[in-house]
Design a protein around this ligand. Structure first.
Ligand code: BYC
Length: 332
């Protein structure tokens, strides 16, 4: 078992070395780490980074689909979409709570997001141009998210793993509602609706593959996170699993995935696929995607508009704490 090891500058006491040995042994036997357990600082920071990026992705991810709530074509579709977008907000809350168990406050995490210093998933920097985009987000984006998140239910950090179990159950409803919405348009819709679906698939396919992160050879944290049992599968392994699962679903829907090189490779037992545009990925991560400014501005506006709610909640909590405090004081 290799870990990042101690900081070479600061001397590590024998007691700390013993704690590290016990931590490594627990990880090696596939055990879980709880919030109260000792953990190396690098493990804690890696988790804060990943869990907070994940939480930010959930709440920024409410925006592209939220755009369509007032324009959903039927009452049924509107109710489904409302429920889905609310679920994403709930996922953000479970995940911020999981990150808080690592000794960081939600205010600090949100502040980093609002100052543009925290990352969130690249996928949410693309626009939702038609109603078909809502179905395609459910099918491809939630589909990719599930592929990535099911192994996280076995993440070595137990509070994150527990949050992921609940999130994955809800994500599978999200994926299925997207697929069903597209199937309805493809089977019962007009040619214009079928074209709209195909156009949406053309735009979301490659960004969905980028959700899994850079290739393993360029992944900064991948190897260490795998050793610590934070990630159970690598970026490339998950991307391949997603491609393999999606090809058959595309055939059932009757859409074409926009990749001329996509083909079954019997020798590998997997589909080959074309080259991903990693320059585009880096551009989007660097803040220059089609909607980066719009997304961040919407989050900052929501935070500022919600100031009165936070103040009212704090005033309410303080008023309710008051009688309890005076009762304790008068009993002394
Ligand atoms: N976008 O070393 P690597 C949802 C960053 S939301 C942006 O491989 P790691 C939904 C990475 O953070 C679900 N950044 O990193 C919501 C790192 O940067 P830093 C979102 C990315 O952590 C609403 C650098 O690139 N899911 O389902 O080992 C509606 C190097 O990467 C991306 C999660 O968050 C990206 N795509 O692996 C619908 C899952 N990829 O931190 C749906 C949890 C990489 O060094 N997260 N980067 O500055 C993970 O599983 C992992 O963090 C990743 C990356 C696989 C994303």
């Amino acid at each position: 078992m290799q870990t990042a090891g101690p900081d070479p500058i600061s001397p590590v006491s024998e007691a700390e070395q013993e704690l590290l040995r016990r931590f490594d042994a627990r990880i090696d036997e596939g055990g879980f780490i709880e919030a109260k357990d000792w953990m190396p600082e690098h493990y804690r920071k890696t988790l804060v980074r990943q869990i907070s990026q994940h939480a930010h992705s959930e709440i920024v991810g409410m925006l592209p689909e939220g755009n369509w709530i007032t324009r959903a074509p039927t009452l049924k579709r509107k109710a489904i979409l409302l429920a889905k977008v609310q679920d994403e907000g709930g996922h953000g809350l479970y995940l911020y709570a999981a990150a808080e168990t690592l000794g960081i406050s939600r205010d600090e995490l949100l502040d980093a997001l609002h100052r543009g210093q925290a990352k969130y998933s690249s996928i949410f920097n693309y626009p939702t141009l038609s109603w078909a985009d809502v179905g395609v987000i459910g099918w491809l984006v939630d589909g990719a998210a599930i592929m990535n998140q099911v192994p996280l239910c076995r993440c070595s950090y137990a509070p994150y793993a527990r949050a992921m179990v609940r999130i994955c159950r809800e994500e599978s409803f999200h994926q299925r509602q997207g697929f069903e919405s597209l199937l309805t348009m493809m089977r019962d819709g007009t040619q214009a609706q079928r074209d709209m679906v195909q156009h949406a698939v053309d735009r979301w396919w490659w960004p969905s593959l980028m959700m899994f992160g850079p290739p393993d050879s360029d992944s900064t944290h991948g190897a260490q996170s795998m050793r610590w049992g934070i990630k159970r599968m690598s970026n490339d392994e998950l991307r391949q699993k997603f491609v393999d699962a999606t090809v058959e679903q595309a055939r059932v829907l009757g859409v074409t995935l926009p990749d001329a090189e996509l083909a079954w490779n019997a020798e590998r037992g997997h589909h080959d696929f074309g080259a991903i545009d990693w320059d585009e990925f880096r551009r989007v991560l660097g803040g220059d995607g089609p909607c980066n400014h719009e997304r961040l501005a919407a989050r900052v506006r929501a935070w500022e508009d919600g100031a009165w709610v936070r103040e009212a909640a704090q005033a309410h909590a303080a008023r309710h704490a008051e009688p309890a405090r005076s009762a304790t004081e008068s009993a002394r």
